[in-house]
Design a protein around this ligand. Sequence first.
Ligand code: AMP
Ligand code: GLY
Length: 430
Amino acid sequence: MAERKILVVGGGGREHTLAWKLANDRGNPRVYCAPGNAGTAQVARNLDIPATDIEALVKWALAERPHLAVIGPEAPLCEGIVDRFAAAGLRAFGPSRAAAQLEGSKAFAKEIMQAAGVPTAKAARFSDAGEAKAYLRKQGAPVVVKADGLAAGKGVTVAATVSEAEAAVDASLVKGEFGEAGRTVLVEECLQGEEASILALVDGRNIVPLASAQDHKRVFEKDEGPNTGGMGAYSPAPVVQDRWWPFIRREVLEKTVAELTRRGIVYKGVLYAGLMMTADGPKVLEFNCRFGDPETQVVIPRLACDLLPALDACVDGTLSENLLRWKNDACACVVMAAGGYPGSYAKGDEITGLEAAGALEDVIVFHAGTAQRDGKVVTAGGRVLGVTGLGADLQAALGRAYEACGRIGFKNAHFRRDIGWRALQERNRT
Ligand code: AMP
Ligand code: GLY
């Protein structure tokens, strides 16, 4: 059989993780990454094509005929990259443009959840600022204001006061700070509890959940400071107790896929449910239409089997539970970020100690915002590295990840020293 080619679209920590896993699958497929980073260059061949240049990606794929294209980020999915590949006779893993609306429009996602009876925060949608403010004054604080569309993680305001919420409404509907994405807002009930990320593979009909994970969205320890793309993660997340799995499967995943199907939308790819584990049980905060970042960095290394057969099965409609097997190990990822992130930060600073860190047993240093320059690896993004450790339990996994962080240096590096604190606290309680 000819060597299989796989195209991974994207260039962050999630894509390095996917490329690393796929390159190590049986048969060692030849992995390409567009555009990739300095880490993907170690396991794949980087292509100088941005993840959002759909036409250039199709052109490359028509010439190279990859077995499968795996789409990492939401932007090309919401733009319809999978439809475009399919129309060209090319196989791509991910939802169609219509299905990706589940992430691309929070109003659409809410409408699906309300129609299907999926547990979620009570919400109303507005395009008029006056009406939105009248509604939120009636609701009182705390209250959540969300821009409808993709806003690079900046579109959600969890407001402690009514005036903060009003300012968020104005930013979106009056000042147009999120452009088209903020022409509609949702005003949502504020849920209390601990968050968890549930990622599931879906083939249009069959649903296979992946191991649970928890992300750390705030930039500073003790969950202080602004939200980021994610400062670290761990898997499994003990807050998702075994007793909740049948509920999550039935009430969240199955109901959502069934409601989409009822509307003629076939969901294939990763369905990612961001859950709040409230006193009344799990409720959906958001859906994403792709692998999470950095959740992927802690879920994928726990697989005790190849990844490609499961991704293929999603595209072909032949997904089943027995395509995935899991290690008992826990996994933890500590994100090393550039100083100043999620605000402005420097780029081009040399990163040292990568080899020494990667030489540690059960440590994988996934690259996120890195580039190669003059034979050196330099910073090239806000989230620079996802330093990942596996271990018999979370404490052991974290120990490895932090030991590895200690070997790595770059100017103004910043990372949280409390990744996994909720799970460790829980363990100490029991
Ligand atoms: P989202 O992009 O919808 O996940 O929102 C980003 C973050 O805002 C979530 O991870 C939560 O921390 C928070 N959030 C979103 N919706 C709510 C809600 N209804 N109640 C409380 N927190 C929320
Ligand atoms: N870790 C959050 C996300 O991928 O959106």
